[in-house]
Design a binder for this molecule. Structure first.
Ligand code: SAM
Length: 282
């Protein structure tokens, strides 16, 4: 039996240390070993790779990442109550778990990786807290340098958010779809029943894997964020109206990009947004 297999069952750890889930921190724990193992396998291959995990909590997914052979797991956790349970996992894994007690939204990941001697690009894997999942994904997708410090992200989202990430033009298409599909290849791996979590959330979740495209079509990130915010901020309006909030007459810019001014944001493919971002940045 390896050190990790000898750890007490998660349910026991949660009970003994009184780790009741806090709603304010989006805490819904995964206790099913088949499921955590499946997420770790589908995020892989992890053997010999360094992994960044956000929100390890009591460490169910963390155990699976280490069991899959990750060289190191750097885990950022905001709730200090989990530190003793995570220290036990570190000891059982032969010192392969590094825990950073911090808010992931404010974290400087490249600096953290360097401080712990981990070599980018790393693999990101997380059962994200629902209240910060989208903000974290946007933070990573809008990194100023690309390719960034990670090569893939395997993340749990509410199914509705997962559908938006992979959506093509249409009702579910939005800012998240454009950013994700510009710089990564996103796909939904599988859905997760609410009953798999403790406590069960009210919605179905999906695991999404996003593989980094090392050489995406060039576009200025800030301008792309501004254009998508303006266009989808008033998604029922035609682009000739919604883009006015950017402060310049949209008509000549749309014409220069070969885009019909009567289109609505949800009808414009990703390439159209990239063209607009380049035109607005000029
Ligand atoms: N990974 C564990 C699992 O799968 O059982 C816990 C997942 S739970 C959905 C989300 C975790 O993220 C919790 O442990 C919570 O404390 C942590 N968390 C919430 N907000 C955070 C933040 N801003 N930065 C870092 N961790 C955060």
């Amino acid at each position: 039996m390896s050190g990790l297999d000898a750890l007490p069952p998660l349910r026991e750890v949660i009970g003994a240390q009184n780790l009741t889930a806090r709603k304010s921190l989006g805490q819904n724990f995964l206790l099913d070993l088949n499921l955590t193992g499946r997420i770790a396998r589908e995020a892989g291959p992890l053997a010999g790779r360094d992994v960044l995990e956000i929100g390890p909590g009591p460490g169910g997914l963390t155990r699976a990442l280490l069991a899959e052979g990750a060289a190191h797991v750097l885990a950022i956790e905001r709730d200090d109550r989990f530190l003793p349970a995570l220290a036990d996992i570190d000891a059982a894994s032969g010192g392969r778990l590094i825990v950073e007690p911090a808010d992931a939204l404010a974290a400087d990941e490249p600096a953290l990786l360097a401080r712990h001697g981990l070599t980018p690009p790393v693999t990101i894997v997380a059962n994200l807290p629902y209240n910060v999942g989208t903000a974290l994904l946007v933070k990573w997708l809008t990194e100023p340098r690309w390719p960034a410090w990670f090569s893939s992200m395997t993340l749990m989202f509410q199914r509705e958010v997962a559908m938006r990430i992979v959506a093509g033009p249409g009702a579910e298409f939005g800012r998240l779809s454009v950013l994700a599909q510009w710089r990564t290849r996103p796909r939904i791996l599988f859905d997760v029943n609410p009953r798999a979590f403790l406590p069960p959330p009210s919605i179905v979740s999906s695991v999404v894997r996003l593989d980094v495209i090392p050489d995406p079509a060039p576009a200025p990130v800030k301008a792309l964020e501004a254009v998508t915010a303006a266009a989808f901020g008033q998604r029922r309006k035609m682009l000739r109206a919604s883009l006015r909030t950017l402060g310049r007459d949209p008509l000549p810019i749309l014409a220069a990009c070969g885009i019909e001014p009567t289109l609505r944001a949800e009808q414009l493919p990703v390439a159209g947004f990239l063209a607009l971002a380049n035109a607005y940045a000029d």
